[in-house]
Write a protein that binds this ligand. Sequence first.
Ligand code: MTE
Ligand code: MO
Length: 321
Amino acid sequence: MLIKRPNPIKSSEITPERTFVQRRELLKTALALGLIPGAMAHTQTAAGAALPADGQFTELAPWSGDNATDPTPMEYVTSYNNYYEFGTGKGDPARNAHTLVTDPWSVTVEGEAENTGTFTLEDILKPHALEERIYRFRCVEAWSMVVPWVGFPLGDLLERFAPTSQAKYVQFFTLNDRETMPGVRSPVLRWPYREGLTIAEAMHPLTLLTVGLYGQVLPNQNGAPLRLIVPWKYGFKSIKSIVRIRFMDEQPQTSWNMANAREYGFYSNVNPDVSHPRWSQASERPLGAGLFASRQPTLLFNGYAEEVADLYTGLDLARNF
Ligand SMILES: Nc1nc2c(c(=O)[nH]1)N[C@H]1C(S)=C(S)[C@@H](COP(=O)(O)O)O[C@H]1N2
Ligand SMILES: [Mo]
């Protein structure tokens, strides 16, 4: 049974379906992505500049629980990451991911769809208008942040491939390149990193195919050039640097579930009532708030219950975690 919780966040501040469009920022992003001809020169300067070195993030201005609906300072979002292909330390991706080559980039589409094949990043992005959306983001490790992402609904892209009636799930794969990704030499996860959604989750308008943050091109450590953001699920569902999309009739394998099925289920919906076997999920530490700041209560479906609870009608969320 789904219990609807009061959401302490003013709906005007975190906006699921309502999108924030900040023209100037989006223009900057379009420029940086080279979507506007002749603007490629701006590409690499936008993102990744002046990141604090590992360990320095505690020196930045604290982010108090009272204004926790404001976006998390960008410096935290780009310097405290999980991207195991570049190391398992939170500072490793910002330090190491400069080796990732994001141009040229292509995405292969396969499985239960009419229009399969390999598409360039430009083919993928061209028909879509970019939007800015401020989403809460909750890692399974119980830290959280609020980020203005830039992208467009994944469903709008998936429809272009004309999935067949057999397409019940969608699986995604990250690049797996030993030359540029030092972390894939270690068997800490099954590579390539893979994730999956039901087709209904993938088509849900909140699911964002993301190319930027804070009006800038995604830094490599945040999953350039193309990643998912699935805001009602734990962060690991939001797969980075996508190179392959597969429509399937069976529930796809996911790297974290393969690594430890007891701890990481297929759904991984944010749920304060279902503990991780090794820690509670009832509260979270806003990134940037400092180690001793008060934690915040975690919300069912990360605060997006009104939008997504319907997807799980009749599903026992404790068993299907
Ligand atoms: N390919 C890939 N995608 C990934 C991960 C990863 O290790 N590899 N980590 C996941 C986890 S655990 C989290 S919390 C988010 C972190 O996203 P961020 O660094 O942009 O905050 O990315 C997710 N996507
Ligand atoms: Mo995570």
